[in-house]
Design a protein around this ligand. Structure first.
Ligand SMILES: *Cc1c(COP(=O)(O)O)cnc(C)c1O
Length: 362
């Protein structure tokens, strides 16, 4: 029997999506972003499927460490860099690239005297106001870093977009221009584009691109699905019915009793809930596939279960297959119903859900 809640990962789709990145950015090297357990798809699994890329990016040192311990030899950039000299030691030991984004990191680097193999991505804050040095600080920071014995030269240069998912917001162009003006004349490779940059802002392509969500077949844009952009979804989330019963008009379903049955119907209980990462805020009406056909979520999602209206599936029975998102039910659509973004849904799939790789058809 299949597990109560499981996710199927299509690694052919990953390779297809990488090919799409290369098609959009034919002259760029690819730094595949596999932070947060490969956006919930499995860090090592994603690294394996993407081993052709020129580099990986992770958020934290321990993620890079896991990749090295598993034997990956690709360049690995740690997007948050290091916060203390011990963490820098780990970074050096595992030969991870450091993103340098704040003055405290400069102090740590300057205090070290050993000649250096620390590859650095200097991050410039062009408007995201999260990590990075302001354009006005760039020259001075660049000088300091160039004089650090530990830092491998030339330093690479990067920035990150705040609003590239909105192709009508000219903030991205401003960020691109500010970055290009700031680094003009300095040596070192450049990197600007995340997925929406790659797909929507040709001007943002440079030496390196940093695709994340598009590698998983998900659209970074609110109004579209990965499929519509020529991507193939990697993850599908599945469960099964565990009870089917009639329910009368006027009865309520689930915690809080907020959903009142408008007319007699058949109710199905599905063995998946927010304890598996299905969003608790998914509204009544959110589509769910039962036996491949769309039905509506009703009542509140609970920890281990949720309920659906089987009005159009009178013959459904316990054990029947349920899909929460995937192939024919885009995760982008579920995110919309749950007032969130698809990133949070795939990242949020919990340990309890079994991840299985899709078998190649023979
Ligand atoms: C997460 C992240 C990315 C990837 O973003 P997507 O929108 O998933 O493509 C790229 N660059 C940085 C700095 C990031 O933090």
């Amino acid at each position: 029997m299949t597990p109560a809640a499981y996710a199927v990962l299509d690694l052919d789709a990953v390779r297809h999506n990488l090919a799409k990145v290369r098609e959009c950015a034919p002259n760029a090297k690819v730094m595949a972003v596999i932070k947060a357990n490969g956006y919930g798809h499995g860090l090592l699994r994603m690294a394996e499927a993407l081993q052709q890329v020129e580099a990986f990016a992770v958020a934290r040192v321990d993620e890079g460490m896991r990749l090295r311990k598993a034997g990956f030899k690709n360049r690995i950039a740690v997007l948050e860099g290091f916060t203390c000299t011990e963490e820098l030691d780990e970074l050096l030991h595992y030969q991870l690239d450091a993103v340098v984004h704040c003055p405290a990191q400069l102090d740590i680097l300057q205090a070290r005297t050993e000649p250096g193999a620390c590859a650095v991505w200097l991050k410039i804050d062009t408007g995201m106001n999260r990590l990075g040095f302001k354009a006005a600080e760039f020259n001075a920071v660049y000088q300091r870093l160039s004089q650090c014995g530990l830092v491998k030269q030339p330093i690479s240069l990067m920035t990150h977009f705040a609003s590239a998912d909105d192709v009508n917001d000219d903030k991205t162009l401003k960020q691109i221009n500010l970055f290009n003006d700031t680094v003009a004349g300095f040596p070192g490779e450049r990197s600007l584009a995340n997925s929406p940059g790659i797909l929507g802002w040709e001007q943002s392509l440079s030496d390196w691109v940093r695709p994340g969500v598009m590698l998983y077949g998900i659209s970074p844009f609110a109004g579209s699905t990965g499929r519509q952009l020529g991507l193939r979804p990697v993850m599908s989330l599945h469960s099964r019915l565990i009870a089917v019963k009639p329910i009368n008009a006027g009865e309520t379903v689930g915690y809080g009793g907020g959903w009142i049955c408008p007319k007699s119907t058949t109710l199905g209980v599905v063995a998946i809930g927010y304890g598996d990462g299905y969003p608790r805020h998914a509204k009544a009406g959110t589509p769910v596939l039962v036996n491949g056909k769309r039905v509506s979520l009703i009542g509140r999602v609970s920890m281990d279960m949720m309920t659906v209206d089987l009005e159009n599936q009178p013959d459904a029975k316990p054990g029947d297959p349920v899909t929460l998102w995937g192939e024919s039910l885009p995760v982008e659509e579920i995110a919309h119903w749950a007032d969130t973004i698809p990133y949070t849904l795939v990242c949020g799939v919990t340990q309890r859900v079994q991840l299985v790789e899709k078998m190649a058809p023979d």
